[in-house]
Design a binder for this molecule. Structure first.
Ligand SMILES: Cc1cc2nc3c(=O)[nH]c(=O)nc-3n(C[C@H](O)[C@H](O)[C@H](O)COP(=O)(O)OP(=O)(O)OC[C@H]3O[C@@H](n4cnc5c(N)ncnc54)[C@H](O)[C@@H]3O)c2cc1C
Ligand code: SF4
Length: 517
């Protein structure tokens, strides 16, 4: 006899973990099924070699690209999901991102809800995840109903200098919104120690606002919340009509287990959520669950990104570098008719991590060692929106494996943004020809592996012919199936996706509480 719950949530990351947190106080019986385990706390957490060179915390999964070639995707199966490794840059989408935006490669479609609809949920998510930021600095940000709960993380001297130089050059640098448990006013009480091993590393002292620390752990002592780790959901079973999920099939310790709930929420990450639905094909849903419109798995996005290292003669001794953002090119400018995207900092390079990435020799100083390059590097992360293209999609084969077909969009915009960065560098003592491309999130042999910002695959919308989910993120075709990870995004904008997934999980959480009341 399968065990029965009020709600089963599959996946404990930004979407699923946040949803579990918001439902926990209702007293409803909640089962959180997580494929991974708790990420071990160990010195390796902060060691670039195991993290970046050996890929210790990356799943051993093999997926397949469009040519059938297998690759190791950069996915992280832990309680807290990808947020365990994330850079905690917690941005809101811009108000215009919720509307239709024209791009060089086509249209970024409108969402069924507006920024105003999301705004209260963004505020709630920022409160929960203790986001640091300064409202009013970023010229593209939308209105806010409340200030950031914490003041922005301060710039260290080199970043302050870059920010000042940019402002003098007529740009509008801002303090990047950031989710770390840093109390700069009272450092002895601060959980975060402001270290150099944050972006892309797990936090050894649990001071990152990740979904495990902020959302999952705090509710685990409740009698009504059960977390099962090592519990990989392989398929969902439905009634004969295919309207209701009646069983969640789990592989755990080599055994097949089945769990039941009134409401089932899939939140396994954009690719894996599509995998679960596609692998649940059955007589009533021959092409996969919730897939009558053939939309499940389609419109996969993960940003058109570029990590670059700029070299200056002076050393960059910044410890925590991810404090600055530039959105002057987020939309069209007077010189360019298309949106280009966001520029932000990433974690400071270090020689050990670079060894894993094999950077090109620098023309700047051919005799420099990797340590010299890393010491002088200032590290930027460029994000251009990629478009939801139906052919960019997740499918599964007869053995249930993920196949990812992806072709980039908006390459012209991304190239233009890179050009703008080079111009910017002239204002900051880093000449344009001293810029190296580097693969940081994408240190795999083929770009599709760098799926850190994966989204799409089950988009929400009002038309069942073109979307998988309704505006409450319930599957159009089923009465009790929801999806609350980044799968629901109809477009991805050009800022990091996690805060939008967290805000949406809080929004859907309120809907579920109303439904169960
Ligand atoms: C290195 C790195 C840096 C990043 N930096 C940032 C950043 O600075 N800012 C930002 O906004 N975003 C960042 N991201 C992206 C961000 O982490 C993701 O957008 C976010 O975590 C997505 O949330 P999600 O709920 O969709 O998926 P996830 O958080 O990945 O959660 C999915 C969960 O489902 C579990 N799961 C998968 N399959 C199954 C299954 N079959 N059964 C049970 N459980 C399953 C997984 O183990 C995981 O716990 C970064 C990501 C990475 C990898
Ligand atoms: S900067 Fe703070 S949150 Fe990030 S890893 Fe270091 S201690 Fe943890």
């Amino acid at each position: 006899m399968a065990e029965h719950y009020d709600v089963i949530i599959i996946g404990s990351g930004a979407g699923g973990g946040t949803l579990a947190h918001t439902l926990a106080s209702s007293g409803k019986r909640i089962l959180l099924l997580e494929r991974g385990d708790f990420l071990p706390r160990e010195l390796d957490n902060w060691d670039p070699k195991p993290v970046f060179v050996d890929g210790k915390y990356i799943s051993k999964d093999r997926w397949f690209d469009r040519d059938g070639k297998s690759f190791q995707p950069q996915v992280h199966y832990f309680v807290g999901g990808a947020t365990k490794l994330y850079g905690a840059a917690l941005y809101r989408l811009r108000p215009q991102d919720f509307g239709e935006l024209k791009h060089a490669s086509g249209i970024s479609p409108a969402w069924p809800l507006s920024y105003d609809d999301f705004e209260p949920w963004y505020s709630a998510a920022e409160r929960l995840y203790q986001v640091h930021g300064n409202a009013g600095e970023d010229p593209t940000e939308g209105h806010r109903s409340e200030p950031y709960p914490w003041p922005a993380v301060s710039h260290e001297p080199r970043l302050q200098q870059i920010s000042d130089d940019l402002a003098k050059g007529g740009y509008h640098p801002f303090h990047a919104p950031c989710g770390i448990l840093l109390n700069e006013a009272r450092r002895p009480e601060s959980t975060c120690i402001r270290c150099a091993t944050c972006d892309g590393y797990p936090c050894l002292v649990h001071a990152k606002s990740d979904a495990e620390v902020i959302a999952v752990r705090p509710v685990l002592d409740r009698d009504n919340v059960t977390l099962l780790t090592g519990a990989e959901v392989t398929r969902l079973e439905t009634d004969d009509r295919g309207r209701t999920v009646t069983g969640v099939v789990v592989s755990r310790d080599g055994n097949r287990e089945v769990y039941q709930a009134d409401i089932v929420v899939v939140s396994a990450g954009a690719a894996n959520s599509a995998k679960i639905l596609l692998n649940s094909a059955y007589d009533a849903h021959p092409h996969g669950l919730a897939n009558g419109s053939d939309q499940v798995g389609r419109n996969y996005m993960f940003h058109n990104c570029l990590a670059v290292v700029a070299l200056a003669k002076e050393k960059n001794d910044t410890v925590f570098q991810k404090t600055l953002g530039i959105n002057d090119f987020y939309f069209a400018t007077k010189d360019y008719q298309w949106p280009m995207g966001n520029i932000q900092m990433i974690g400071k390079s270090n020689a050990e991590a670079m060894r894993g990435e094999q950077p090109e020799k620098t023309m700047f100083a051919p005799n420099w060692t990797l340590a010299d390059v890393a010491e002088h590097a200032v590290d930027f992360w460029l994000t251009t929106e990629d478009l939801p293209v139906p052919e960019n999609r997740v499918t599964t084969d007869k053995d249930g494996n993920v196949h990812l077909t992806y072709s980039s969009t908006n390459d012209e915009e991304a190239g233009r943004l890179y050009g703008e960065l080079k111009k910017i560098l002239n204002h900051t003592g880093m000449a344009a020809h001293h810029v190296l491309r580097k693969n940081f999130y994408m240190n795999m042999s083929i770009p599709v592996a760098g799926c850190a910002h994966q989204a799409g695959t089950c988009r929400f919308g009002s038309d069942p012919a073109t979307s998988v989910l309704d505006v409450n993120c319930k599957a159009h075709e089923l009465d009790n199936l929801y999806v609350v990870d980044t799968s629901f995004f109809p477009s991805i904008g050009a800022v990091n996706p996690a805060l939008t997934a967290m805000a949406n999980a809080l929004r859907v959480g309120e809907h579920l509480l109303d439904r169960m009341a």
